[in-house]
Design a protein around this ligand. Structure first.
Ligand code: PMP
Length: 285
């Protein structure tokens, strides 16, 4: 079935879903987006994703022409129109069409788009045996430039990092922040396990506050696993017992190698496995 795409309150078949070439989302990456999963017909943490979308918009002074509840309805109605039981949702809000200059006041019509489609994940084998990541030279955006907490349409920082990761033969890459601490991967948050304690970079390490990250921290707390959010360095990665990544698309995926070196025993560890199973249970509740 051709996907039905929501554009400003109407549904269009995928080939007919279009916006202006003068849209500042296209010209300047001026807009915000989300990535959400549907599991067995239920949208996972819809409210949290919509709250983050509105916070991202607020941070760039973009007025979304819908209320939060209208946005939730728009998302749910697009899921229904596509009759999707399992899949991925991409809400996008752009600044709208304007003049060929940066001035956001000269844009008129913010565009609200919701795409529902299938999701391509990492190969299944990597979930069982673990994946390899590489530390890249491109640092994560300085929080005082474009704060990584803003999920903006300007993802070039992450794409440049991803290119380096691919060059190094890895499907995901580790980005440091401007202080040389680890921040996150191009599209995933990172977790380590050391002596049975779960550790992940704090928000002020310059990261996106991942919704999967928060879910995993809650699951760890429920399971009695202590968790720390703190500044971490590459040393902590190379000397960790376990490592895994979290993200809406990636879910929970073990990392068993970084920069060509095995992490811990070089295979997915017990806490990673436990949290991965708990996450799978949670999303299907
Ligand atoms: N960091 C970045 C840079 C991301 O793009 C994503 C994916 N949205 C994540 C982390 C994971 O966030 P979430 O769990 O909310 O998908």
């Amino acid at each position: 079935m051709t996907p039905k795409v929501y554009v400003n309150g109407k549904f269009f078949d995928k080939p007919d879903a279009k916006i202006s070439v003068y849209d500042h989302g296209l010209l300047y990456g001026d807009g915000v987006f989300e990535g959400i999963r549907i599991y067995e017909g239920k949208v996972f943490r819809l409210k949290e994703h919509v709250d983050r979308l509105f916070e991202s918009a607020r941070a760039i002074k973009l007025e979304i022409p819908l209320s939060r509840s209208q946005m939730m309805e728009a998302i749910q109605s697009t899921v229904n129109a596509n009759n999707k039981k399992n899949g991925y949702i991409r809400p996008v809000v752009t600044r709208g069409a304007g003049t060929l200059g940066l001035d956001p006041r000269k844009t008129t019509d913010p565009q609200v788009i919701v795409i529902v489609d299938d999701i391509t994940m990492y190969p299944a084998e990597l979930y069982e045996n673990g994946m390899e990541i590489a530390t890249v030279a491109t640092i994560r955006n300085h929080p005082a430039a474009l704060n990584p907490r803003v999920k903006s349409l300007n993802y070039l920082n992450n794409i440049l990092a991803k290119l380096e990761g691919i060059q190094a033969g890895c499907l995901e890459c580790l980005m440091l922040n401007h202080k040389g601490e680890i921040s996150e991967c191009s599209g995933d948050n990172i977790f380590l396990v050391k002596h049975g304690i779960l550790r992940t970079p704090s928000i002020d390490s310059g990261i996106l506050e991942g919704i999967t990250r928060n879910a995993v921290l809650e699951l760890a707390r429920d399971a009695g696993i202590s968790a720390q959010e703190l500044a971490l360095t590459r040393h902590d990665v190379l000397t960790a017992d376990e490592c895994f990544l979290t993200g809406t698309a990636a879910e929970v995926i073990p990392v068993t190698k970084c920069d060509g070196r095995p992490i811990g025993a070089g295979k997915p560890g017990p806490i990673t496995r436990q949290l991965r199973e708990a996450f799978h249970k949670l999303v299907r509740q």
